[in-house]
Design a binder for this molecule. Structure first.
Ligand code: TNX
Length: 776
C-alpha cells in the first residue's frame, strides 16, 4: 500500500471515528503526483481539497463556462453530481478562475488549499491548462464513464506555477494515406489537451487521397478522395491503378465539418494547421484535374506507395497557381490559424526538366535549375499567403534552391534543415524522424503491429530536444517547438493510430512543455504508469511496448559462450525469468545480471508489477547446434549493407528479428546464396535449418527453394534434400525457417543453396535475407 493510501485509510478511519471531515490530516507525497507534462514549479503542502456535490465553479468571464465542462462532465459521470457555476464566490468549496494580465499567454498558477482552488491566468489557455492539471491531480477513476463508488475526490494542497518551455507543441495526423473520421479527430483533440499540446496539424492532401472539400473544384473530392480498394495488400505491393477504375475507398471532410472541428479545438486551446501539399504528393489532385500536371495525362488515384513522385504540379503554367490560390482562399476561410503548411517535400522534378512550360518559366525568371524552380513555386505561394496575413510552413526541402523570405521550416530529415534555417534567421519546428516519427516501431519488431520501419521507443522520444547542440542563443530563439508526425501508410484503424500515438505523445509533451532541468526518465516512467490507468478508463488503445523485455545477446566465439542481457525501458524494471520447461510464474528468478549460456536453452521472461507478469512474455531459444563457430565460405559474399555479425554471422546462435536492419541479417541482392559450412571433422548430422525473412515492401522475399548437399571431402557433394516455397503476395513481415531432414550420416561439409526469387512482380531486384544455418 502506498504511503498515500495508508494515510488516506487512516484519515478515513479518523473521519469515521470523529464523524467530522478533516482534510488537513491527509498527506500526499511527491510520489502521489503524476501530472504529465511535469509542472515547472510545484510546492506540496499538507492537507487536501475534496470535491463533493457542493463544489462550485466561479468564472472570470461568462464565456468560460465551456472550459469547466471537462471536469463538470467527469464528476457527472463518476458521481452523478451536477456541479454549479456561480457568479458570486461562496465562503468555501469552490474552484475559481482569476485573471492576471501580467502572466504569459500560456502560463497559469494553481493554488489549492483545503477550502478552495484558485486558477490564475491571463486568459483561457491558462485556465484550460489549470483544469487539465486538476484533472490529473484527481484519482485516475475520474476518467471513468461509469459511476464510481468508494473513491473520495481529494487533490493535494499545493501551489503550482507553470508554463510551457516551447510555444509550439504539435501532433500531425496524416488523414490522406488512410482516412479518419471527424469523431476520431475530436477525441484526439481531447487527448492533446490533456497533455497541454496546442497544435493539431492535419495532412489533408497526399497522393493517395484529397481530404478537404473545395467548393470551386468539386472533383478534388469526387475523384481525388477515392481510390481503388487494395487494402488487403502491402502498401508498397499495390498495383498502379488507371484513371478509369472507380475508387471506392477513402473519404473527405466537408467545410462545415472542418469549421466545427476548428471551433471545438479552440475550446481546448488547440490550433489546427492545415497542410495542402505542393508541388508533389498531389497525385490525387492530378487525378481529378490532369491539366495541373506537366503531361496533362489522366492518372488514377494511387492505392498505395508512389516512388519516386514525378506526377507533380506543373510550375510553368499559370493555371496551377490560379488553382492553388483559389484552393488556399477556401482553406483560409475554414482555418483561422496563423500558419498554412504547403508541404514542399519529396518532389522528383524529372517532368519539370522536360516540360516546355517549366523551361519557359525558368528562362523568364532566370532560374538556373529545377531546384530554383521549386523555390520560385514556394516563394510565389508564400507571397500569396502573406498577402492574406498568414505565414507559410514547409518541410525542410523548401530550403533547397533558396528559402522563401518569411517561411517557417519543419525539419524532418533530422535536425540539420532546422539548424540551417535557424542560421538563416527563419523560425523552425523540429520533427526529426529519429524522435518524432510515430510511424516507427516502439518495441521489439517481432511483437509489434506492422510499422513503417525505424525504432523510436518511449524512452527515446523522452530524450527529444528541439534545440540542438551547437545552436547559438539567437538561433535557439527561432526554434518554436516540436511535433510528432503520424504518417498513416500502415495505419488503417483508429485503434492502431492510438497505439502509435500513446504513450509516446505523453513523453513528447513533457519534452516540449517541462523545463529541461526537470527531465528525469525514472520519474517519468513512474508517472506514465498512472497515465496508463487514465488511458485504460478512456479506452485508449495505448501501446504497452514499454513493458516488453528486450534482449541484448552476444557470443564469444573463442569460448562459445552466449551472454544474454535482458532489459526494459523502465529503470526500476522487475524482470523475472525461467529456463526451458519451467513455467513463468511469480516464482521465477529475478533477473539481476546477464545470463551466460553454453548449451541449448529456452529463456522465458516477463516484466512483473506487484508480482504479476505484465506485457507480452519474452521467449527466446539459444540453440547450440553443430555448426556453431564453424567456418563458413560463400560462393559470393553477402552485400556490404547487410553483413550480420560478419564471419560467424550464420553460425553464432544469434537470431534475427523481423526488423531487417537489426544487424543480424546477411543479405544478397539479386543473387542466390551458396554457403559451405566446414564442420572441421566428420560429424553425424540429420537436419539443416535456414532462417529467412520476407518483407516485400522493401523487396525482401523468401527464397523459392533451399537445397542441402553434403560431402566428406569438400569436392564431391550429394544432395540430401530441398524445401521449396512458391512465391505468394504477402502484405506482412514474416520469418520462415526452411528445414531439410535426411537420413543421419557422417559428413564434414554442408552446402546450403538458397534460390533468390530474382525479380519482384514489378521487375525489380530481390533481396534474399538469411540469419542462421542450423545444423543438427
Ligand atoms: C516521408 S516526412 C514523408 C512522408 C511519408 C513518411 C513516412 C515527409 C515530409 N514526407 O510522405 O509518409 O516519410 O515515414
Amino acid at each position: 500500500m502506498s504511503v498515500f493510501k495508508k494515510m488516506l485509510v487512516m484519515a478515513i478511519i479518523a473521519i469515521t471515528v470523529s464523524c467530522q471531515k478533516s482534510n488537513e490530516d491527509i498527506i500526499f507525497t511527491e510520489n502521489d503526483i503524476a501530472v504529465i507534462p511535469k509542472p515547472a514549479k510545484l510546492l506540496l503542502n499538507k492537507g487536501a481539497f475534496q470535491f463533493d456535490e457542493n463544489t462550485k465553479f466561479i468564472l472570470a468571464a461568462a464565456s468560460q463556462e465551456e472550459l469547466t465542462s471537462v471536469l463538470i462532465d467527469k464528476f457527472k459521470n463518476v458521481s452523478g453530481w451536477d456541479l454549479d457555476v456561480l457568479e458570486q464566490t461562496p465562503k468555501e468549496n469552490y474552484v475559481q478562475f482569476i485573471i492576471d494580465e501580467n502572466l504569459d499567454d500560456e502560463a497559469y498558477k494553481l493554488n489549492v488549499n483545503s477550502n478552495r482552488v484558485l486558477i490564475t491566468s491571463k486568459g483561457d489557455a491558462g485556465f484550460i491548462y489549470g483544469i487539465e492539471t486538476l484533472r490529473q491531480l484527481l484519482p485516475v477513476a475520474i476518467e471513468s464513464s461509469n459511476s464510481v463508488s468508494g473513491t473520495d475526490w481529494f487533490i493535494p494542497n499545493l501551489t503550482i506555477e507553470d508554463q510551457p518551455r516551447y510555444k509550439y507543441r504539435g501532433l500531425m495526423l496524416d488523414v490522406s494515406r488512410h482516412f479518419f473520421e471527424i469523431e476520431y479527430l475530436k477525441k484526439t483533440i481531447d487527448r492533446l489537451a490533456m497533455l497541454k499540446m496546442n497544435v493539431l496539424h492535419l495532412h489533408l492532401v497526399d497522393d493517395q487521397g484529397w481530404r478537404i472539400e473545395i467548393k470551386k473544384y468539386p472533383k478534388l473530392t469526387e475523384v481525388g478522395a477515392w481510390r481503388v480498394d487494395q487494402e488487403d495488400k502491402h502498401w508498397d505491393g499495390r498495383y498502379t491503378t488507371s484513371a478509369d477504375e472507380k475508387g471506392t475507398y477513402g473519404g473527405f471532410y466537408t467545410q462545415d465539418e472542418l469549421k466545427d472541428l476548428v471551433a471545438y479545438a479552440a475550446t481546448k486551446n488547440i490550433e489546427i494547421i492545415p497542410e495542402i501539399e505542393m508541388p508533389a504528393h498531389v497525385s490525387s489532385a492530378i487525378a481529378a484535374y490532369p491539366e495541373l500536371s506537366c503531361h496533362e495525362k489522366p492518372i488514377g488515384v494511387p492505392s498505395g506507395g508512389v516512388w519516386p513522385i514525378t506526377d507533380i504540379y506543373c510550375a510553368g503554367k499559370e493555371n496551377t497557381f490560379e488553382f492553388l490560390e483559389n484552393v488556399l482562399e477556401e482553406v483560409m476561410e475554414i482555418f483561422p490559424s496563423k500558419y498554412i503548411h504547403v508541404g514542399g517535400d519529396e518532389a522528383t522534378k524529372t517532368n519539370w526538366k522536360k516540360c516546355p512550360d517549366c523551361n519557359k518559366r525558368m528562362r523568364s525568371e532566370n532560374l538556373e535549375n529545377v531546384e530554383e524552380l521549386q523555390s520560385y513555386f514556394i516563394k510565389r505561394m508564400e507571397s500569396f499567403i502573406n498577402s492574406k496575413g498568414k505565414r507559410l510552413i514547409g518541410w525542410d526541402e523548401i530550403l533547397e534552391g533558396g528559402i522563401a523570405p518569411e517561411a517557417t521550416v519543419m525539419s524532418w530529415r533530422g535536425t540539420k534543415g532546422g539548424l540551417e534555417a535557424a542560421k538563416q534567421g527563419h523560425d523552425v519546428i523540429m520533427t526529426p524522424g529519429s524522435h518524432c516519427y510515430f510511424d516507427h516501431y516502439q518495441g521489439p519488431q517481432n511483437e509489434e503491429p506492422l510499422a513503417w520501419g525505424g525504432y523510436t521507443p518511449l524512452s527515446k522520444v523522452y530524450t527529444f530536444d528541439p534545440v540542438v547542440e551547437g545552436m547559438t542563443a539567437a538561433e535557439a530563439k527561432h526554434v518554436l517547438g516540436g511535433q510528432a508526425n503520424l504518417w498513416s501508410e500502415q495505419i488503417k484503424t483508429t485503434s492502431h493510430s492510438e497505439y502509435m500515438i500513446f504513450p509516446r505523445l505523453a513523453a513528447l509533451s513533457e519534452t516540449l512543455w517541462s523545463t529541461k532541468e526537470s527531465r528525469n526518465w525514472e520519474d517519468f516512467s513512474t508517472r506514465i504508469v498512472t497515465m496508463f490507468g487514465r488511458y485504460d478508463y478512456l479506452n485508449i488503445n495505448y501501446a504497452k511496448s514499454a513493458y516488453l523485455v528486450m534482449e541484448d545477446v552476444k557470443i564469444d566465439m573463442d569460448t562459445k559462450k552466449v551472454t544474454l542481457a535482458l532489459n526494459n525501458e523502465f529503470t526500476d524494471a522487475d524482470i523475472r525469468y525461467t529456463l526451458n520447461d519451467a513455467k513463468l510464474t511469480d516464482a521465477a528468478v529475478k533477473y539481476t545480471e546477464p545470463l551466460i549460456i553454453n548449451e541449448s536453452t529456452e529463456v522465458h521472461a516477463s516484466l512483473f508489477k506487484n508480482d504479476v507478469p505484465v506485457g507480452v512474455p519474452f521467449n527466446t531459444t539459444i540453440k547450440f547446434h553443430k555448426a556453431v563457430g564453424k567456418k563458413v565460405t560463400f560462393k559470393e559474399i553477402y552485400d556490404d549493407r547487410y553483413q550480420g555479425e560478419g564471419e560467424f554471422g550464420m553460425v553464432n546462435t544469434l537470431r534475427a528479428t523481423k526488423n531487417y536492419t537489426d544487424g543480424h541479417w546477411q543479405a544478397w541482392l539479386g543473387k542466390d546464396m551458396e554457403a559451405v559450412v566446414d564442420l572441421g571433422e566428420a560429424t553425424s548430422i540429420k537436419e539443416v535449418v535456414v532462417g529467412t525473412l520476407e518483407n516485400q515492401g522493401p523487396g525482401i522475399y523468401f527464397p523459392t527453394a533451399v537445397k542441402v548437399s553434403v560431402s566428406k571431402d569438400g569436392k564431391n557433394y550429394t544432395e540430401v534434400g530441398v524445401e521449396k516455397r512458391a512465391f505468394a503476395k504477402n502484405p506482412s513481415f514474416d520469418l520462415k525457417e526452411f528445414k531439410v531432414s535426411f537420413e543421419e550420416q557422417s559428413v564434414r561439409y554442408v552446402k546450403v543453396f538458397a534460390k533468390n526469387l530474382s525479380k519482384t512482380p514489378e521487375g525489380g531486384k530481390v533481396w534474399l535475407f538469411v540469419d542462421e544455418i542450423i545444423i543438427n
